[in-house]
Design a protein around this ligand. Structure first.
Ligand code: FAD
Length: 444
C-alpha cells in the first residue's frame, strides 16, 4: 500500500474519527482515515443501531469550530424537556432549564456521520480507506495490518489515533502488546430500538420533548426524527423476568406492551416485528489506561465508552477532539508532548461523565416519575432563577455548558453543601423560633 511517511493514521471513520480528520487537516496534517465498513454515504443502514442521538453544547461547540454547526442543526429537532409517560394518565412535561428555553437536539446519527465524513473528504490532505478493518498494529513502529475485500494490506504511520469505538481494535492491540490495561463493566441491561411512524403525516407525539416511559427497573425513551417518526429505545434487563430473554412470543410481547406501555401500542403498528427482528445492543463502561503508548493514542469511545443515559458519549468524544487540537497548539505540534497532555486533561473528565451517566439511568428509569424528584427539580429551577450563575443544576452544566465534567461534579457537590448549610441554618432558626414560642406558651 502507498502511504506517505508523514501521514497521520486515524482508525475509525465514525463520529470522533471524522471530526478528528477535519481538525488535523485544518492544522495542515496529511491524514489517512481507515474504516472497516463500506462508505456509509452509499446508503446501506444497519437495522436498529442507535438511529438518532442527542447533541448538546459540547458537541455543538466542536462543530462550530469547523463551521459545520449550521448544516448539522438545519435538520435538528430541539427537545426542551422530558415528557414523562405514566402507565395510566396524561404525560407530564418537565423542562430541562429554569426558563424552559434550552434544548438538547435530536440528530440523525447517520446524517451527522455523513456530514463529518464529507467535510473531512473535502479537505486537502485527507485520504479515506473504506473496507479496511484494522487487525494488527505494532505500537512501537506504527505498522498496521488491515483486512480488506482484496486481502490483507499493511501501512505505517508516524502517529496512529484509535477512534474505532467501544470495541476498539487499536485498544485490543495495545492490550496484546502489554502496554495498556482495561476494565469493561457491562450492565445486566441491553437496548433495542422500535419505531413510531408518522401519524396522518405528522409526529405521533410532541417532537419538542424527549419522551420517557419510566418503569422502575426498566424504561423506554423516544426521540423524534426529521421524517416525523420517533425512534424508541427499550432499556430492559437482558435476563430474568420481564427481560429481552423472557419476552419472545408475539402474544407475550403484545400483552407486555399493553400492560406497561399502553399509550405506545396504538402508535406502533410494527411493534412485534421490530421487537422480534431488531438486535439487542450491549451497554457498558470502558475504562483503560494509559490511553497513549509510543506513537498510538485512543480517543472517543475507544478510550472511554460510557452508558448512554446522559446523552453525552458523542458529545464527550467531540470534546476529546477539541482538547487534542488544543494540546497540539500548546505543544507546537510535538506529538510526543501533546498526547500525554491530552490524556492527563481528559481522563478525569471521562471518568466523571461515566459516573454521572450511570447515575442518570436510575434517575430516568425510576426517579423522574416520583413526586419528590419533581418537587426537587422545581426547587432547583427556582434556585437557578433566584441565584442566576451562582446555582446551576448538574443537568444544565453537563448539557448546556462546556464546563469540564469533573468540575461539574465538584461544583454540584459544593452547591449541595452550601444548600445543606443554608437549610441547616434555616432549620436552626425555625427550631429556635419554635422553642421560643413553646417557652412563651409555658409562661402564659
Ligand atoms: C443506544 C445508544 C444511544 C446513544 N445516544 C447518545 C446520545 O444521545 N448522545 C450522545 O452524545 N451519545 C450517545 N451515544 C453514544 C455515542 O453513540 C458514542 O459515544 C459515539 O458514537 C462515539 O463515537 P466514536 O467515534 O468514538 O465511536 P463510533 O461512533 O462507534 O465509531 C467508531 C468507528 O470505527 C469503526 N471501526 C470499528 N472497528 C474498526 C476496525 N477494526 N478498523 C477500522 N474501523 C473500525 C466503526 O465502524 C465506526 O465507524 C449513544 C450510544 C448508544 C449505544
Amino acid at each position: 500500500m502507498n502511504t506517505e511517511p508523514d501521514e497521520i493514521a486515524v482508525v475509525g471513520a465514525g463520529l470522533a474519527g471524522c471530526l478528528l480528520a477535519c481538525f488535523l487537516a485544518r492544522r495542515g496534517h496529511r491524514v489517512a482515515l481507515y474504516e472497516r465498513r463500506p462508505d456509509p454515504r452509499t446508503g446501506r443502514v444497519e437495522r436498529g443501531r442507535s438511529i438518532n442521538l442527542a447533541l448538546s453544547e459540547r458537541g455543538l461547540d466542536a462543530l462550530r469550530r469547523i463551521g459545520l454547526d449550521g448544516q448539522v442543526m438545519a435538520d435538528a429537532l430541539p427537545m426542551r424537556g422530558r415528557m414523562i409517560h405514566p402507565v395510566a394518565g396524561e404525560p407530564q412535561f418537565q423542562p430541562y432549564s429554569a426558563a424552559g428555553d434550552r434544548a438538547i437536539n435530536s440528530i440523525s446519527r447517520g446524517a451527522l456521520n455523513n456530514a463529518l465524513l464529507s467535510a473531512a473528504d473535502a479537505l486537502p490532505g485527507v485520504r479515506t480507506a473504506f473496507d479496511h478493518r484494522l487487525v494488527g498494529l505494532d505500537p512501537a513502529t506504527g505498522e498496521m495490518t488491515f483486512e480488506t475485500p482484496q486481502g490483507k494490506v499493511t501501512a505505517a504511520a508516524p502517529v496512529v489515533l484509535g477512534a474505532d469505538g467501544a470495541g476498539s481494535a487499536v485498544r485490543g492491540q495495545l492490550l496484546a502488546y502489554g502496554v495498556l490495561g482495561e476494565s469493561l463493566d457491562f450492565l445486566d441491561y441491553g437496548y433495542k430500538e422500535l419505531t413510531i411512524p408518522p401519524l396522518g403525516g405528522d409526529f405521533a407525539l410532541d417532537p419538542a420533548a424527549l419522551h420517557i416511559w419510566p418503569r422502575g427497573t426498566s424504561m423506554m425513551i423516544a426521540l423524534p426524527n426529521p421524517d416525523r417518526s420517533f425512534t424508541c429505545t427499550l432499556f430492559w434487563p437482558t435476563h430474568g423476568t420481564a427481560s429481552f430473554a423472557s419476552l419472545t412470543s408475539p402474544a407475550a410481547i403484545e400483552r407486555h406492551f399493553a400492560t406497561h406501555y399502553p399509550d405506545l401500542v396504538p402508535l406502533a403498528p410494527n411493534l412485534v416485528d421490530d421487537y422480534q427482528h431488531n438486535p439487542v445492543g450491549v451497554l457498558g463502561t470502558v475504562r483503560c489506561a494509559p490511553w497513549q503508548a509510543h506513537r498510538v493514542c485512543l480517543l472517543g469511545d475507544a478510550a472511554h465508552a460510557i452508558v448512554p443515559f446522559y446523552g453525552q458519549g458523542a458529545n464527550c468524544a467531540f470534546e476529546d477532539v477539541v482538547e487534542l487540537d488544543r494540546c497540539l497548539d500548546e505543544r507546537g505540534e510535538d506529538w510526543a508532548a501533546a498526547l500525554p497532555l491530552f490524556q492527563a486533561r481528559r481522563q478525569a473528565n471521562a471518568e466523571a461523565i461515566a459516573r454521572m451517566a450511570l447515575a442518570n439511568f436510575v434517575e430516568m428509569r425510576d426517579k423522574v416519575a416520583s413526586p419528590v424528584f419533581q418537587a426537587r427539580r422545581r426547587v432547583e429551577h427556582a434556585l437557578e432563577r433566584a441565584l442566576p450563575g451562582r446555582y446551576v443544576s448538574q443537568y444544565e452544566l453537563v448539557s448546556f455548558s462546556t464546563t469540564p465534567y469533573s468540575d461539574v461534579r465538584r461544583r454540584v457537590r459544593r452547591q449541595h453543601r452550601a444548600l445543606g448549610t443554608v437549610a441547616a441554618g434555616a432549620a436552626a432558626l425555625l427550631a429556635g423560633a419554635v422553642g421560643a414560642a413553646v417557652t412563651r406558651g409555658r409562661r402564659r
